[in-house]
Ligand binder design. Structure first.
Ligand code: SF4
Length: 209
């Protein structure tokens, strides 16, 4: 039987964050639910002014059922703190809600979701955006940025800039915090960390003005 490729049939009638989160737990809109532990829906308050959108949950997030709780999440927290954005005031989510990976021995190695998997999952993010209506959306990494700004968008060329988009009054893109962890040495890591915080600071400043 052909796999489905759309989360839309799984959206609930009531479109509150709570109802959406609950319904997403049973989503079978694409094949990715099969290998993963659980759906990792977005976290945060409906009144959040900032929405941060990553690619997909990682190994730790898949097990915990919460986004950005692993090492990349700690880098995100660090960047937000340095930019003066309270994580409690930010809604954090991903374009894809199930962990995609390949098994190597006992390790589960992240795999970048494909276009059709991203498209299948987009209805959940569209609802999160509609309900939260954030003043600022920050796209973390190339997958999230391309998914929402088009495949020709280059984070390397436009990181930290304010981008004209219908997603929100303020839209920006930067690296995914996991890129900081992949830096080859301490010096490069510090540099990436500072640049990431700087990109988030630009959003915080724009929100204040
Ligand atoms: S990745 Fe998205 S569309 Fe696919 S099963 Fe999970 S929640 Fe549904």
């Amino acid at each position: 039987m052909e796999e489905p490729n759309d989360a839309t049939p799984f959206l609930p009638e009531r479109r509150t964050l709570g109802a959406l989160r609950e319904a997403a737990m049973g989503c079978r809109g694409c094949h990715l639910w099969r290998g993963a532990t659980q759906t990792v829906f977005g976290e945060g308050l409906k009144r959040s002014r900032v929405m941060l959108v990553g690619e997909q949950p990682g190994d730790k997030e898949d097990l915990a059922g919460e986004p950005f709780v692993g090492p990349a999440g700690r880098e995100l927290d660090r960047g937000l703190e340095s930019a003066g954005i309270d994580r409690v005031e930010a809604y954090v989510t991903n374009v894809v809600k199930h962990f995609k990976f390949e098994e190597r021995g006992r390790r589960r190695i992240h795999q970048t979701p494909k276009r059709f998997e991203i498209e299948a999952c987009k209805p959940w993010l569209a609802e999160e955006l509609r309900v939260v209506k954030p003043e600022a959306v920050v796209l973390l990494g190339a997958t999230a940025a391309k998914a929402l700004l088009g495949s020709s968008f280059r984070v390397t060329q436009h990181r930290g800039e304010l981008i004209d988009s219908e997603l929100a009054p303020l839209v920006s893109a930067t690296i995914h915090p996991s890129a900081i962890l992949r830096a080859p040495d301490d010096e490069a890591r510090s540099r990436e960390r500072a640049a990431f915080a700087e990109d988030l600071r630009a959003v915080a400043q724009a929100l204040r003005s």
